[in-house]
Write a protein that binds this ligand. Structure first.
Ligand SMILES: *Cc1c(COP(=O)(O)O)cnc(C)c1O
Length: 390
């Protein structure tokens, strides 16, 4: 046996004490938004499979008989016909001049931010941005200024003070993954215009769920033409795997040459590309799924307000139930499992200390009845004093 050093065992012990141990669950998808999770069949409110395409046989069929590996990075010889087709399909779906693919959405954010700015530049990053944007900021070597989107006057000051830097870059999630609320994209674009900054929007949770044609928060807020680069993932509503960036041809050419996770990783497998192209096509062909999802989200937010729970305003499928303490969130999640619902507890460090929560991720596979029953279960398991305190 290898010796396990004290820092290691102490660290795990601290997680245990803080109710921060993450179980490694075995999850088997079933019909109608249900999953068998560690042997129990539950209505699954945990996935980012917002439109149900990750479980759709049409995506699996599209990948049948197509190679499972690309064999090389895209710059060498990994750009298969399915890869080239997917690039084109993304650009056309997004109404953008050009697109570049990445092995994942995480890699897309990491590589894009790091390729856009250098040591002498300044990044302005929303305090709630996803880990992949945060890591991209660190990796770039640029100076990073965190801003609060409720205080854009301060962001304006920070931008003005950075006027001497060669480049300024504002980075934000389009739809925040833990609160389910929108970024103030129009104001950010105004500030970017005034202060000659680039804007990067991560549409991970909004692609396929928001906007008239499902292009995301930028479409919903009418700023598609004003955002420098839009990042998306193929692993959430699209139902496959991979990430992408869209923008002008010069920006995309720059990423093709300089975004390292894309340059130095093996290209997305042809089979994955074929599945992703099918998912994108279905987003366009089946807008009713998006409308059904939006109706479920509205209805569920209504239920929570009636229960006296604070509901962050949002148009999308992510609805947090704010509970403050990690232990409360873990207990509530376990109690919901006993009633047949899987709603994960989200704890620090994923969210700030004291803001633990349940995160309800709705899917077009859910029915109105599922939503109503979940609300009843939440009413039963969340102690009244927790609700009135919030
Ligand atoms: C999931 C997620 C990503 C990463 O996408 P993957 O394709 O899963 O790597 C990036 N940004 C946000 C906001 C996300 O929620």
């Amino acid at each position: 046996m290898h010796l396990e050093p004290a820092w290691l065992t102490d660290g795990l012990e601290a997680l245990e004490q803080g109710h921060l141990i993450r179980p490694r669950r075995r999850v088997e998808p079933l019909e109608d938004g249900r999953s068998r999770i560690d042997g129990r069949e539950l209505v699954d409110f945990s996935t980012n499979d917002y439109l149900g395409f990750a479980r759709d046989s049409r995506l699996a069929d599209a990948a049948t008989g197509i190679a499972a590996g690309a064999g090389a990075s895209p710059l060498v010889s990994g750009r298969s016909p399915q890869y080239c087709q997917l690039e084109q399909n993304i650009a056309s779906f997004e109404g953008a001049p050009a697109a570049v693919l990445f092995p994942s959405g995480f890699a897309a954010n990491l590589g894009t931010v790091a390729a856009l700015v250098n040591r002498d530049d300044v990044i302005f990053s929303d305090k709630d941005n996803h880990a992949s944007l945060i890591d991209g900021c660190r990796l770039s070597g640029a100076r990073v200024q965190i801003y609060q989107r409720e205080r854009l006057d301060q962001l304006a000051d920070q931008l003005a003070q950075a006027s001497a830097a060669p480049r300024r870059l504002i980075v934000t999630d389009g739809l925040f993954s833990m609160d389910g609320i929108l970024a103030p994209l129009d104001s950010l674009c105004d500030l970017a215009d005034t202060h000659d900054a680039m804007v990067l929007v991560d549409e991970a949770h909004a692609t396929g769920t928001l906007g008239q044609s499902g292009r995301g928060a930028s479409e919903l807020l009418g700023v598609e033409e004003r955002v420098t680069l839009r990042i998306g993932t193929l692993s959430k509503a699209v139902g496959a795997a991979g990430g992408f960036a869209v923008g002008t041809t010069a920006f995309i050419d720059h990423l093709w040459h300089h975004a390292r996770p894309q340059v130095f990783s093996t290209a997305l497998p042809p089979s994955t590309c074929a599945a992703a192209s099918t998912g994108l096509q279905l987003i366009t062909d089946e807008p009713d799924r998006r409308l059904h999802l939006a109706a479920l989200a509205d209805r569920f937010r209504g239920h929570l307000s009636q229960l006296g729970l604070p509901v962050p305003p949002g148009p999308g499928p992510i609805v947090p139930v704010l509970l403050a303490e990690a232990s409360t969130a873990v207990e509530a999640s376990a109690a919901l499992s006993d009633r047949g619902f899987f709603v994960p507890a989200i704890r620090p460090p994923t969210v700030p200390l004291g803001t633990a929560r349940l995160r309800v991720s709705l899917s077009a596979l859910h029915s109105q009845q599922d939503i109503d029953q979940l609300a009843d279960a939440i009413a039963a398991v969340i102690p009244m004093e927790v609700r009135t305190r919030a």
